[in-house]
Design a protein around this ligand. Structure first.
Ligand code: NAD
Length: 367
């Protein structure tokens, strides 16, 4: 049972369509606004892929899908929504324009999540003249319908209660909300990805390895470790019986060695783009993006499924969540109400609008 009655998606590109798919597959009605005349076709392509993946996750049959409607304006899309997810291109002026319009027309207690990859919510909510307190960043990872993580970030004007309700909302559709404790650009996930990306660009540009070799180094090596334990737990184990202290004593001094070019950025010119794009074309072996998406989705479902059987059947990491989520979907398909804590709490929850403003600013961003 979802705590969302009706959702709105503003922007239906790669990420917006992924949100639409997750919501619809949870049985939630969604109104979408996207000015692209191709939006309907693009969303239905993503929906096809998502349906296919979910059928593997819940072989006994999926819940009845929510209804998707294409609105002609933002005002029409958000009019009766209790949850709105903004996924328009990453430009502050556009985010301002769109958020101002959402704010002007959405019900006062609707939560507004922004998919932004790096813009601080404080810088976005200044455009919301009525209820800036209900904006959170809800930063997902592609494909949104499969990857559970959503980073939640509050701005200076965000009420703590909005963060709490957002957490409940995202959790109710099978996600793992992680509240970022302090607002910074690019949050945590994209900070890490940016660091790896900068280093990777150097390694290709300097001819140390090709695009394919770099990906092999990740997917045959530490990428497998990261998917199940992350960075710190993996390094704890790598320290042997003495754990993290030994690991740090051994590798700490490397921080001073010239191992990284992190603070320098290779010149982003046509030459670099051509080099990377050509090697990426070779690596694809003629597979289209849609074909690669299918492979990616099958692999992700298989990985999460395998992890769901670990830890004496309780599941480990994303696998434990996957186990609960697939059960929730199966119950929803059988029309059995899911006694989720999130749903009960949200039922009793007060509208964000009525939340008391915290006295201390520092208390606002706590997860
Ligand atoms: N692509 C990723 O991997 C990724 C991951 C996480 C977050 N994000 C974030 O998600 C957001 C969207 O990124 P994307 O990759 O989906 O971009 P995209 O270009 O694929 O999609 C953006 C969509 O917004 C639509 N749009 C443009 N103006 C609009 C308006 N005024 N109202 C409504 N829709 C409008 C476009 O027509 C397009 O369909 C960005 O903030 C981005 O940083 C992207």
């Amino acid at each position: 049972m979802s705590i969302i009655n009706k959702a709105a998606a503003i922007g239906g590109g790669v990420i917006g369509a992924g949100w639409v798919a997750r919501l619809l597959l949870n049985g939630i009605d969604v109104a979408i606004f996207d000015p692209d005349p191709e939006a309907s076709r693009k969303v239905s392509e993503v929906m096809k892929g998502a349906r296919r993946a979910y059928k593997q996750m819940v072989p006994g049959g999926l819940p009845k899908e929510g209804k998707l409607t294409f609105a002609k304006t933002i005002a029409e899309a958000v009019a009766d929504a209790d949850f709105i997810q903004e996924s328009v291109p990453e430009r502050l002026d556009l985010k301002h324009k769109v958020l101002a319009e959402i704010d002007a027309h959405a019900p006062a207690n609707a939560i507004v999540g922004s998919s932004t990859s790096g813009i601080k919510p404080t810088d976005m909510q200044v455009a919301m003249k009525k209820h800036p307190e209900r904006l959170v960043v809800g930063h997902p990872f592609n494909p949104v319908y499969l990857l559970p993580l959503v980073e939640i970030v509050a701005g200076d004007q965000t009420f703590p209660e909005a963060v709490e309700v957002a957490k409940e909302i995202y959790a109710s559709i099978g996600m793992k909300p992680v509240v970022i404790r302090k607002e910074i650009e690019a949050f945590v996930g994209d900070r890490l990805l940016e660091a790896a990306w900068r280093e990777a660009l150097w390694l290709i540009k300097d001819g140390i390895c090709t695009v394919e070799e770099l990906d092999d180094i990740m997917r045959y090596g530490f990428g497998l470790r990261w998917a199940q334990m992350g960075m710190f737990q993996v390094y704890r184990v790598a320290g042997g019986e003495a754990g993290m202290r030994h690991f740090m004593a051994q590798f700490g001094p490397c921080l001073k060695w010239p191992w990284t070019k992190l603070m320098d950025v290779p010149e982003f010119n046509d030459e670099l783009v051509d080099l990377i794009a050509t090697q990426s074309d070779d690596q694809a072996y003629g597979l289209s993006i849609r074909e690669l998406e299918k492979i990616r989705d099958d692999n992700l479902v298989a990985i999460m499924d395998a992890l769901s059987k670990q830890n004496k059947g309780k599941g480990w990491g994303a696998g434990a969540l996957h186990k609960d989520y697939t059960r929730q979907l199966a119950k929803l398909a059988a029309k059995k109400p899911v006694a989720s804590k999130a749903a009960e709490k949200a039922k009793a929850g007060k509208p964000v609008k009525k939340a008391e403003k915290p006295k201390k600013k520092t208390g606002k961003k706590k997860g």
